[in-house]
Design a protein around this ligand. Structure first.
Ligand code: IVH
Length: 697
């Protein structure tokens, strides 16, 4: 790669465009899908290069440059919440020198003498930040950070977290306050969650942070409630009045109102204090039970913080001193390939076992072929492996001096590693650009995709068949007893021979086989959304399946519509498109899936085994059917969740923000800006009692 100092202006323009695209793609994968494509270190390198080029050519800074944003836009399935004050990020420091310079900078800016400055030193929790709004001490709304300005409304999900009080205790809280902090998952809870997912054949999370993000950003808050998420409060956004003079006092107050604050936080003095706090936390890090990726230093005095203010997207008064990643050297012995449910072929590095940060590492993800090419990794290379707070280790780079003679550049296979050896194809985006993903084109003919598909089918959120976990399923698959979902329901009736095999293999008594058959039998009655989700069509996740189920009502209507969509019937496509939150990607995926004969056959054979229940269609004959309703202020006769559920059951759509599209605002005591907007826009407003009377009548 050309060093930044040698770039011509024309090359710089090209590089900035490329970097903007690539960083956006990673941002989306990370923030919206909770599934990063590259390691944190590689991502930081891209951002760093973007910044370096912008430093050299400031006039080329793009309006939408990655350096101007924090995070990614919110995902569409959540309503937008505009933060009262933006949620910003912190600049990073990587060395003692950086930390000392931070202290010098502040002293210079404030024109202070030699008296050591007081700072708080707080663990930098590796989770995702959230902002929770309290009005008159009552939790009214909670949001993710989103792009920093507008986040996602995850109120119901945040309410399920035990560390987040629904009502503030004690006294002295401002009438309105946005409490900010980090939602995270402990190591033990993370391990248990992944173990359960593996057992159920579900996708596992790469690290506790992604697991926390994935758990918080669930459409269904009862799913979040089952995840043991935790929360540390460490900051605030909008305030109706000042409540503390120092960060330390603020942390004490937050604690007295019922929040958890990090017990390792300290108040230190001067540059020496900063360095000592870092060393202490680094030593405590392995025993905390949750991931931290550095120390956050903040000027303690809040008046000084106000004077220091912000530079573009980060405060001048704070900085994050990051821990270095833990690294080790080992040999890359082989590169294997895994084929996922939808055919994506992912390379995996097989490593000579080595201990990194106390954990033995034998595999590392390589993400995709482009990454192998970019790093020029070759089998036989000695490589640097790192774990940067992540559970899945990454390969940083090969050590070129140690490269064995004759090591060949790596070539990505052109065919699937499965026995069918189907050709691989590069995936393209809607606009026709090639992506880094290579897919096996064999679909369900490919045994590797078939087994992944079956694992998905029996997973917890799909058919959830007790006693048929990943291991058992693999055994049935290897024996040829289960080749496709319908076979599961035919096991007992068809396969007396296999039954005997099963009993031998499991050495299970009569009862456990009987239990398995009972579990399978009980799943013949299945909810329509689970049926749709279980089919494993690309882009049809749990939420989309639910929307489709509600939209079509019955399996017959759903299948009939899908056949028409596959035949590109414009009316059927328009009908699908009109469903809430469904767009081009889902339509394309559904059309492609149902147009394939073997997929259609698979669905039919399965359908014949089932009694798919009707989904409840949203009501159309109520006073609020089809209307968009916003609840604001404190509700006294029902919880927000109840209000939302009640409105939705009556066919209304509940939104968290007032816009021209809002039809009705139900305002309780303490309603603020939303009520004001509603009045300005001339939107109908009613009290909670009036609402209850209306829906009852
Ligand atoms: S204060 C203006 N304190 O680190 C930003 N952030 O890089 C105020 N974080 O977005 C943030 N622990 O997600 C702050 N004790 C702590 C933190 C912390 C973790 C995260 C947070 C923030 C990011 C900044």
């Amino acid at each position: 790669m050309t060093p930044v100092a040698d770039l011509t202006e024309a090359e710089a323009v090209q590089e900035l465009t490329r970097l903007a695209d690539e960083i956006t793609r990673h941002d989306l994968a990370y923030h919206q899908d909770d599934a990063p494509l590259v390691s944190d270190a590689d991502y930081d390198a891209l951002k760093r290069r973007n910044l370096d080029i912008e430093d050299r050519f400031p006039h080329l800074i793009r309006e939408n440059s990655p350096s101007m944003r924090v995070g990614a836009p919110r995902a569409e399935q959540f309503s937008p919440v505009t933060h009262g004050t933006p949620m910003l990020s912190l600049d990073n420091a990587f060395s003692d020198e950086d930390a000392l310079e931070f202290d010098t900078r502040i002293r210079r800016f404030l024109k202070l003498d030699e008296t050591p400055i007081a700072y708080t030193a707080e663990p930098k929790i590796d989770g995702l930040s959230a902002s929770i709004r309290y009005e008159k001490g009552v939790l009214v709304q909670g949001a993710t950070r989103g792009d920093g300005r507008v986040g996602e409304d995850v109120t119901a999900n945040l309410r399920t977290i035990k560390d987040i009080p629904h009502k503030l205790s004690g006294s002295g809280w401002p009438e309105v306050i946005e409490v900010r902090g980090e939602v995270y998952l402990g190591h033990a809870e993370f391990a248990a969650l992944n173990a359960a997912a593996t057992e159920a054949g579900d996708k596992t999370y790469a690290n506790p942070r992604n697991a926390a993000a994935g758990s918080l950003r669930q459409i269904d808050s009862t799913v979040t409630a089952k995840r043991p998420l935790k929360f540390f409060a460490y900051a605030w956004g909008l305030l109706s009045e000042k409540f503390a003079d120092s960060q330390w006092e603020a942390l004490e107050k937050l604690k007295s109102w019922g929040f958890q604050t990090t017990p390792q936080s300290t108040c230190v003095h001067g540059a020496e204090g900063l360095l000592a706090a870092y060393a202490t936390l680094e030593a405590e890090r392995p025993n905390l039970g949750y991931d931290i990726d550095g120390v956050v230093y903040k000027v303690d005095n809040l008046d000084w913080q106000r004077r220091l203010g912000f530079v573009s997207r980060a405060p001048r008064w704070g900085i994050a001193r990051k821990f270095p990643a833990e690294q080790a050297r080992t040999v890359l012995e082989a590169i294997d390939f895994q084929v996922g449910r939808t055919g994506a072929v992912t390379p995996v590095a097989r490593l000579r076992p080595v201990t990194v940060g106390g954990v033995s590492v034998t595999n590392a993800t390589l993400h995709n072929g482009d990454e192998i090419a970019r790093k020029d990794l070759r089998v036989g290379d000695t490589v640097i492996v790192q774990r940067a707070g992540d559970v899945i280790p990454q390969i940083v780079a090969p050590i070129l001096e140690a490269r064995p003679e004759g090591a060949e550049p790596f070539e990505f296979p052109t065919h699937c590693p499965c026995p069918l050896k189907t050709p691989l194809a590069r995936e393209t985006t809607a606009s026709g650009a090639e992506t880094v993903v290579r897919r096996c084109t064999g679909e369900l003919a490919c045994p590797f995709q078939r087994i992944e598909h079956l694992k998905h089918f029996v997973s917890r959120r799909a058919f959830d068949i007790e006693g048929l976990g990943e291991k058992q399923l693999q055994a049935f698959f290897d024996d040829g007893m289960i080749k496709e979902p319908a076979d599961i329901f035919l096991l007992e009736e068809n396969d007396k021979v296999s039954l005997k095999k099963l009993k031998d293999r499991e050495r299970a008594g009569e009862t456990s086989v009987a239990n398995l058959f009972a579990a399978i039998e009980s799943r013949r009655d299945i909810a329509l959304d689970r049926f749709i989700y279980g089919l494993g069509v690309r882009h049809i996740g749990e939420q989309t399946a639910l929307v489709m189920a509600r939209g079509y009502g019955t399996a017959e209507a759903f299948l009939e519509a899908m056949d028409k969509v596959a035949a590109r019937d414009p009316e059927a496509i328009a009908e699908l498109d009109a469903l809430d939150q469904i767009g081009g990607a889902v339509i394309e995926a559904a059309a492609a899936f149902f147009a394939e004969d073997h997929n259609r056959g698979m669905v039919d054979r399965l359908y014949r085994q089932l009694r798919v229940q009707e989904a409840e269609k949203p009501k159309t004959d109520t006073a609020v059917a089809g209307k968009t309703v916003v609840f604001t202020g404190a509700l006294e006769r029902m919880t927000r969740d109840e209000a939302k559920a009640q409105a939705e059951a009556l066919g209304a759509k509940v939104s968290s923000s007032v816009s021209k599209k809002t039809d009705l605002v139900v305002a309780g005591p303490g309603a603020g800006s939303k009520l004001k907007t509603a009045t300005e826009l001339g939107i109908a407003v009613m009290t909670e009692d009036e609402w209850l009377a209306m829906v009852a009548g």
